[in-house]
Design a protein around this ligand. Structure first.
Ligand SMILES: Cc1cc2nc3c(=O)[nH]c(=O)nc-3n(C[C@H](O)[C@H](O)[C@H](O)COP(=O)(O)OP(=O)(O)OC[C@H]3O[C@@H](n4cnc5c(N)ncnc54)[C@H](O)[C@@H]3O)c2cc1C
Length: 238
């Protein structure tokens, strides 16, 4: 196996880590990091992709995740569906949502928290279209298995309450067809896809994939660790 040694220049922020999060012992504040440590893999950004990747790699390798934000478990109700608007619109300096302006001038938010966009986003979940998977050259069976891996932990069938059923029926009456019922598939005409909010309105995020799937003996997550510079070397470190 090829080992990379990566030296990350990390700006440490002050800890704001709750008692509750101390149960998650593989997540530590970056101020607790030793001066030198070696890992098979270092993932910068514990977001949607980073958490899933870390969970997978940790099955057979040592993994470090450097995340600039804090833990979503510090304030679990902030991720409930009722707090969606508040959480995404709170762009104060230490919040989970960072305001940015796109190159074409659109105001938007991006995540600054373990779990990344899945902590802030609208929670819609669908699988990629078959054509997309084929064009990407991915193995269909492996993609299927990956989707099932995600769906076992963080995807749900949404509850269709009054206004949702009225909206669906209105679309159908107006001739917006076909109607595919509930499906995770990205299919033309679908009106009821998946959600990462469970039936009680609790959001399940990519951080849950890390918590529930990672080998917690081989993964470490440093929080409040903004990576500013990466130096690669082919020489060993004594
Ligand atoms: C408001 C909103 C609603 C959305 N709704 C949906 C939806 O309903 N369904 C859907 O599928 N998608 C939705 N999206 C998009 C989706 O959330 C993103 O496409 C997805 O989260 C991107 O994943 P990612 O892993 O690329 O990045 P992210 O999930 O953003 O992860 C990046 C991570 O890297 C960290 N990071 C960044 N820079 C550094 C650094 N220098 N050092 C250390 N850490 C760093 C960040 O803090 C973050 O945790 C929405 C997005 C937004 C903003």
């Amino acid at each position: 196996m090829v080992y990379f040694i990566l030296i990350a220049n990390i700006i440490f922020h002050g800890p704001c880590y709750s008692e509750e999060a101390s149960d998650y012992s593989f997540m530590k504040d970056a101020t607790l990091a030793p001066k030198l440590s070696l890992f098979d893999y270092i993932i910068i950004g514990g977001g949607t992709a980073g958490c899933a990747l870390a969970a997978t790699l940790s099955r057979n390798a040592t993994v470090l995740v450097l995340e600039r934000g804090g833990s979503p478990y510090d304030n679990p109700t902030a991720t409930d569906i009722g707090n969606f608007a508040n959480t995404v619109s709170n762009t104060t300096p230490n919040s989970w949502s960072q305001l940015f302006i796109s190159e074409d001038g659109v105001y938007n938010s991006r995540a600054r928290v373990l779990g990344g966009g899945t902590v802030l986003n609208a929670g819609f979940y669908t699988r990629a279209e078959d054509d997309y998977v084929a064009e990407a050259g991915w193995e269909r069976d492996e993609v299927e298995a990956a989707y099932e891996w995600v769906e076992r932990k963080v995807a749900f069938e949404p509850q269709i309450k009054g206004w949702q059923s009225a909206f669906r029926d209105g679309l159908l009456e107006a001739g917006v067809i076909p109607y595919n019922g509930f499906t995770y598939g990205h299919i033309y005409g679908t009106k009821i896809g998946g959600t990462i909010f469970d039936r009680d309105g609790h959001r399940h995020t990519a951080a849950n994939l890390l918590l529930e799937y990672a080998n917690q003996n081989t993964v470490i997550v440093y929080l409040h660790a903004s990576v500013h510079k990466i130096l690669f070397t082919t020489k060993g470190i004594d």
